[in-house]
Design a protein around this ligand. Structure first.
Ligand SMILES: Nc1ncnc2c1ncn2[C@@H]1O[C@H](COP(=O)(O)OP(=O)(O)OP(=O)(O)O)[C@@H](O)[C@H]1O
Ligand SMILES: [Mg+2]
Length: 357
């Protein structure tokens, strides 16, 4: 029996699919994301440069895929380059390729990313990490549509669409002299910003349901029915600093840990559980005539412990997880507070019997 009724939808429910891209499904109903896709579709037919911004894990790579797929370049390559992951001394030859003998070890000519993306889309990810010297060279290709491979005096014509992405504040980098203003304006012809997950909380349930379905299918967890209402409430209360990527990881973990038939709060990462708890009494106003702080703290602690035990049907291991405590710490607190009898008391909510773990 689940401790709470399902809310995340059964595993076989259908999530709102905004777009199926070559790099995965875009799920959600948020108006800003819908508008982002409308903008990307509108500019897909041209070859204009597009800048995609957003915190880590907000779906920038999926957005680039949506743009490429909708463009006449769809049958040509989409080449993604992480500008922050290549040593500075290699970037130029990685981008533009090199001629045979251009430097020690260059035994043969080698094409660069521009050549590999010819006719298609070149995705410059983490563009804010590009060294200044490389920024000038990218600007030149954008303006003149040609480049010279390292060690080669011949210019090569280039027909690529450039899409740049960053989770950094490019305007601030421009202000501090770390990013060229002219390149910034050149990249920023069309700007699409993807909001963080905490600003599109209405999509959390659908995204969680989507990840639950895909993970259950991969791991063959046909016994898992869905997410409990409490689990969905926890997911919605969390701030998700790593955005959709960490939500996906949290659901994958929950599928691994869940005993079924529903994913319950205790199957979620402790950081997600803690976020869903009411803030300490600190947020309530101090009464005019004051309080006994020690008594108030004890009452708050006892209340939370009782709720955790109620919610887990007396399972101390799971209750400790809900409270962000070690099981031994919780047991020690129960003894000290004289709350030990809780474990064998009927909880009256039709939830799972205490497992004694
Ligand atoms: N709307 C969405 N629907 C379904 N899955 C999504 C959605 N947005 C992102 N994801 C998934 O979340 C993960 C992170 O997305 P993506 O790699 O596109 O983020 P990013 O913004 O490029 O992150 P980073 O800045 O860290 O590179 C991927 O597994 C992606 O498939
Ligand atoms: Mg990315």
């Amino acid at each position: 029996m689940p401790t709470t009724p399902p809310a995340g939808g059964p595993v076989d429910a259908v999530s709102p699919l905004l777009r199926l891209t070559s790099r995965g499904a875009i799920i959600g109903q948020d108006a800003v994301i819908r508008q982002a896709l409308v903008t990307l579709d509108r500019v897909a037919r041209s070859s204009c440069t597009v800048l995609i911004t957003g915190e880590t894990g907000t779906g920038k790579e999926l957005a680039v895929a949506a743009l490429h797929d909708a463009s006449p370049r769809a049958k040509r390559p989409l080449v993604a380059v992480n500008c922050g992951a290549i040593p500075e001394n290699l970037i130029e030859s990685e981008l533009f390729g090199h001629a045979k003998g251009a430097f020690t070890g260059a035994h043969a000519a080698r094409p660069g990313w521009f050549a590999k993306a010819e006719g298609g889309t070149l995705f410059l990810d983490e563009v804010g990490e590009l060294p200044l010297a490389m920024q000038v060279k990218i600007l030149r290709v954008l303006q003149q549509k040609e480049y010279a491979p390292v060690g080669d005096s011949h210019l090569v014509r280039s027909d690529v669409r450039i899409v740049a992405a960053t989770n950094r504040d490019l305007e601030a980098l421009v202000a501090s002299g770390q990013f060229r203003e002219d390149l910034y304006y050149r990249l920023n012809v069309v700007h699409v910003h993807l909001p963080p997950l905490r600003e599109r909380r209405d999509d959390i349930e659908a995204l969680a349901g989507h990840f639950l379905r895909t993970t259950c299918a991969e791991l063959e967890r046909h016994d898992l029915v869905g997410l409990s209402a409490d689990a969905v409430a926890c997911l919605k209360a969390h701030a998700w600093p790593g955005n959709i990527r960490t939500l996906s990881n949290a659901i994958e973990r929950a599928v691994l840990l869940s005993t079924g038939p529903y994913v319950e709060p205790e199957d979620l990462p402790p950081s997600v559980l803690r976020a869903s708890m009411p803030p300490p009494a600190a947020s309530s106003a101090l009464p005019d005539d004051g309080i006994d702080l020690r008594v108030a703290i004890q009452e708050y602690e006892n209340n939370m412990i009782r709720q955790a035990l109620d919610r887990t049907g007396g399972n101390r291991t799971r209750a400790a997880q809900l409270l962000g405590l070690q099981r031994t710490t919780l047991v020690e607190m129960l003894k000290r507070k004289g709350l030990m009898q809780r474990k064998s008391e009927p909880n009256g909510r039709g939830s799972r019997p205490p497992s004694g773990r």
